[in-house]
Design a protein around this ligand. Structure first.
Ligand code: DOR
Length: 438
């Protein structure tokens, strides 16, 4: 395996609290040394002057679509997209076909992730069989399988039955696993295509009220309190939900939360032109909600930035708004949106951004080899990025097999230059090394 000397970059590492210019030597899969003026004979020298060197990014929420929808994405193409976006670990959502509700399916996804070899693919298991919300999936077997599942969710759907949610939490709490909720009361959201408010009325589209999310978030927090189960709220999108998480944390409950780049960047104004690529679930909300999500990310109420990368085929999205499935791809734009929307306007520092995108999600998922610290002896999972480079999003250049993004043509700041996974360089000078996997 080659050795690398990443020279003169600014190491920003929340896990060790480091923010200093230093050289980083990578050899034999690990970080061999971090410090000033290092020399490493025979190493491949990468000049990182002006760049940030941080722990590889960790995405808690990725739809890889395999098995079942390989026309939209495969584990290999999603891994390539992740590496291109600076990620070294992703958590695969279980709403595949077949659903990842048994040890056999989670092990298959895990094995395909290892085969692709570009990022660590952590697998989430379904709470309920077939995401039906009635019978429990093989939770214990998935946890004990080779995939060692620690996060369970019916993402794509909320768990509608409160008793089912309670029983699943009771069961999961016995082995310290995480119950992760897609908060959506289906009776309230049924038939909705966007956030319910002035904009939906103007556009003549049926809305999804904020309460559809907020009711379930409140219910689950109450259930976490009586079960003691670790609860993670996926893609938080409303001001009331942010506040509920803030209060739950103040009470000392084991609650964590994530928010997506699209919810901190866009509002329902993005739907004015009926762009199906801006249709997503939960929907883009109001400016008040967006500001609350940003505030939550800044004060730590929201622990992690997660992409909810949701590939959809062109022909599925290229239809009238009402008929388009919700979801957008996010792995290759997340870091730039974080820098452009959170760091550049002064909401947070680069250190905080890396904390939300790497060290904290790694800690929540229990990924010991991810999230830093960027110190000697640790596995070399690293991202090197230029925080000042401005570029225009071109979906046709994505490694992802799907191109459904509302950010095409947008000018953003912050560009991934190199990514290292287990000491192997997966991205060099902004290009995937192994080529797009098809
Ligand atoms: O917009 C979304 N798309 N939200 C989800 O929760 C599921 C996802 C998908 O799987 O397409």
């Amino acid at each position: 395996m080659s050795a690398y000397l990443i020279a003169g970059g600014r190491v920003v590492d929340p896990a060790s609290g480091t923010d200093a210019v230093a050289d980083v030597v990578v050899a034999d899969g690990v970080i061999a040394n971090v410090g000033p003026n290092l020399s490493a004979p025979d190493a491949d020298v990468l000049d990182a002057t002006g760049y940030i060197v941080g722990p590889g990014l960790v995405d808690m929420h990725t739809h890889l679509r395999e098995p079942g929808r390989e026309d939209e994405e495969t584990i290999a193409t999603a891994s390539a997209a992740a590496a291109a976006g600076g990620y070294t670990a992703v958590c695969a959502m279980p709403n595949t076909d077949p659903v990842a509700d048994t040890a056999a399916v989670v092990e298959k996804v895990w094995a395909l992730g290892r085969e692709a070899g570009l990022v660590e693919v952590v697998v989430a298991g379904a709470l309920s069989r077939g995401l039906g919300g009635e019978k429990m999936g093989d939770l214990g077997e998935m946890a004990r399988s080779a995939a060692r599942v620690t996060l369970f969710t019916d993402d794509g759907h909320g768990v509608q039955n409160a008793l089912f949610a309670r029983r699943a939490m009771e069961y999961l709490s016995a082995f310290g696993a995480i119950y992760a909720e897609h908060c959506e009361d289906a009776a309230l959201s049924a038939g909705g295509h966007m956030h319910e408010g002035n904009r939906s009325a103007e556009l003549g589209l049926r809305g999804i009220p904020a309460a559809a999310e907020e009711l379930m978030a409140a219910r689950d927090i109450a259930l976490a309190k009586i079960t003691g189960c670790r609860l993670h709220l996926l893609h938080v999108s409303t001001a009331v939900t942010v506040d509920a998480v803030r209060r739950a944390k103040a009470e000392g409950l084991p609650v964590t939360a994530e928010a997506t780049p699209h919810h901190f960047t866009l509002t329902d104004d993005a739907l004015t032109g009926y762009d199906p690529n801006a249709k997503v679930n939960p929907p883009l909300r109001t400016q008040v909600d967006r500001a609350a999500v940003i505030e939550g990310l800044v004060d730590g109420t929201i622990d992690a930035i997660a992409t909810d990368h949701a590939p959809h085929a062109l022909e599925e999205k290229d239809v009238e708004f009402q008929y388009a499935p919700p979801g957008l791809v996010g792995l290759e734009t997340a870091l730039a949106l974080g820098i452009s929307e959170l760091v550049a306007p002064g909401h947070m520092s680069l250190m905080q951004l890396i904390e939300r995108m790497s060290s904290t999600p790694a800690r929540i998922l229990g990924l010991e080899a991810q999230g830093g610290p960027v110190t000697a002896g640790r596995p070399a999972n690293l991202v090197v990025f230029d925080p000042d480079a401005t570029w225009t999003v071109d979906p046709m250049k994505f490694q992802s097999r799907s191109k459904n993004t509302p950010f095409g043509g947008r000018s953003v700041t912050g560009k991934v230059v190199h990514t290292f996974f287990r000491g192997r360089q997966t991205v060099r000078d902004g290009a995937l090394i192994s080529g797009a996997l098809v």
